[in-house]
Ligand binder design. Structure first.
Ligand code: FAD
Ligand code: NA7
Length: 489
């Protein structure tokens, strides 16, 4: 019979969530069209298919993190006996940016080939609703004469978000964001990073590791939403490594001086004193805004909250055949693996009769600072709030990574803790770790936690020696005991 719609599925957004959903839907036999279009940033940065993670998020961030760790490793190598002249060690920023961008271009290429092989139709344009089953677009953005439209049985909105700018003079014209830094032509130099979420802290840390001089401006607390003790430890680790902090401070204006540098005025909200300082670069990391403005959601009747889309446990919006996945949905972790899995599971439910829903609980995450912070499950505060302090046992300890001794690296902030139930076998509610390669350490424990890991099981697990992850199998000191969690040697 003649199909009622042009496509079974139109996906708006070709990032982690949209591409995963589109590809899986095609695998399930659906006819799929995917739109992806990137609006340039105020300073003109733009990029290809694949969304935030590949182009201006996880991937370039991890590469810059690695570049900064390598600088540290060269100094350590000297202590280990390598003959390296580390006196004039400096990175070549332009070369680093070129290498990072070359890698991204290769991923963009592979993504396009993959879409062609998998027979996912892709249009490099913005899509917007005409009505709840109809999407309009301009095949050549900018040429508004040539307007097209397509109809679809289902629509998945996966448009993600973009960095916010503060509403102060000079912010857009003179500042940049994480959307610009990974392709920035100029050396960043002395940089003010405004915002102390994970994006701000990570950017400040790789800039520090590359030899620039970052200052982090903190409005209230660092890493809101993460475990407080771990967040404060992380900030202390950053300070020890020479990252400056302007606490309880908000920016009020940015001006370009005659010498080209940027004069930033700010207000300390605790002391109510104004101050100013001069920087080469100002990087806004004050959070992200969902890209709902260009979707004409009103025409489809889709409900939003702030700048996000409200969905139920099946990622359905209030309009039953319109769904949303990834960063654009309200109240869910903004992480690539979350976006990918929820997109894929949605496609299977729509086109393969699956009933499996996305489980957003106990998603592990990592902050890629030089000593990384990784965690899965609840913070100590959330566990106490949910179960009561008397029903929670917190095991903790500082530790000394073997490889830190020879170069005499600071072990002051190498710390881990397990937040567990008090009763029975002590089911673990949350694991927190600050140290080398934290993400690699926590990933496996995340699977264990999802399988109902208990303190008893953890202590019956034989460690791998000498690793830092084995510290989780040796936790014996509880916070309640008041015993010193510092190791003897
Ligand atoms: P996106 O990847 O943003 O994709 C949405 C796409 O839709 C974009 O290409 C957008 O331009 C396009 N679009 C928007 N509107 C329209 C429209 N109307 N029509 C057509 N196309 C449209 N996550 C991790 O898991 N680990 C990390 O280490 C990590 N690091 C990060 C570091 C930084 C600096 C940032 C900013 C993010 C990081 N994230 C990380 C988060 C991760 O990048 C996001 O969670 C993920 O990319 C979300 O995927 P998405 O598909 O929802 O959105
Ligand atoms: P986050 O985690 O939302 O962090 C934003 C940070 O910026 C946070 O420290 C905020 O302080 C601060 N902020 C917000 N607005 C301002 C203004 N106007 N001035 C100064 N400082 C400000 O964003 P990220 O970009 O790090 O992470 C993006 C998402 O990934 C995030 O939503 C997480 O869910 C995961 P505050 O604590 O509000 O005082």
């Amino acid at each position: 019979s003649f199909p009622r719609y042009d496509y079974d599925l139109v996906v708006l957004g070709g990032g982690s969530a949209g591409l995963a959903c589109a590809k899986e839907a095609v695998d399930c036999g659906a006819r799929v069209l995917c739109f992806d279009y990137v609006k340039p940033t105020p300073v003109g940065t733009k990029w290809g298919i694949g969304g935030t993670c590949v182009n201006v998020g996880c991937i370039p961030k991890k590469l810059m993190h690695q570049a900064s760790l390598l600088g540290e490793a060269v100094h350590e190598a000297v202590a280990y006996g390598w003959n390296v002249d580390d006196r004039n060690l400096r990175p070549d920023w332009r070369k680093l940016v070129r290498s990072v961008q070359n890698h991204i271009k290769s991923v963009n290429w592979v993504t396009r080939v993959d879409l062609r092989d998998k027979k996912v139709e892709y249009v490099n344009s913005m899509g917007a609703f005409v009505d709840s089953h109809t999407i309009m677009y301009y095949p050549k953005p900018g040429q508004e004469g040539d307007r097209r439209q397509v109809t679809a049985k289902y629509v998945v909105v996966a448009v993600g978000g973009r960095p916010r700018y503060p509403d102060i003079p000079g912010a857009m014209e003179l500042g940049i964001t994480s959307d610009d830094i990974f392709s920035y032509e100029r050396e960043p130099g002395r940089t003010l990073v405004v915002g102390a979420g994970y994006v701000g802290l990570e950017c400040a840390c790789f800039l520090k590791g590359l030899g620039y001089d970052p200052t982090v401006m903190v409005r209230s607390i660092v890493l809101r939403g993460f475990d407080r003790q771990m967040s404060e430890l992380l900030a202390a680790m950053m300070s020890e490594r020479g990252v400056s902090f302007l606490n309880t401070t908000v920016p009020s204006s940015v001006e370009r001086q005659s010498d080209g540098r940027l004069l930033v005025r700010y207000l300390n909200t605790t002391t109510q004193t104004v101050g100013s300082d001069v920087f080469d670069t100002v990087l806004w990391a004050i959070g992200r805004r969902g890209l709902i403005d260009d979707l004409n959601l009103g025409a489809a009747g889709v409900k939003t909250l702030n700048d996000k889309i409200v969905v139920d446990a099946s990622e359905a919006t209030n309009v039953p055949h319109i769904f949303a996945v990834g960063d654009i949905i309200h109240g869910r972790p903004e992480l690539t693996p979350v976006a990918i899995l929820s997109g894929r599971l949605l496609a299977r439910r729509l086109f393969a009769g699956s009933t499996q829903r996305m489980d957003y609980a106990d998603v592990a995450t990592t902050v890629f600072t030089p000593l990384e912070y990784s965690c899965v499950g609840m913070s100590e505060e959330s566990a106490i709030e949910l179960h009561g302090a008397d029903n929670i046992e917190v095991f903790h300890g500082y530790y000394k990574p073997t490889e830190f001794f020879i170069p005499q690296k600071s072990v002051r902030h190498c710390y881990l803790k397990a937040v567990a139930e008090m009763a029975g076998d002590q089911r673990i509610l949350g694991l927190h770790y600050i140290g080398p390669v934290a993400g690699e350490v926590i990933q496996g424990f995340a699977a264990a936690l999802k399988s109902g890991l208990t303190v008893k099981t953890l202590l019956n697990t034989v460690g791998i020696h000498p690793t830092t992850a084995e510290e989780f199998t040796r936790l014996s000191i509880t916070k309640r005991s008041g015993r010193d969690p510092t190791p003897a040697s």
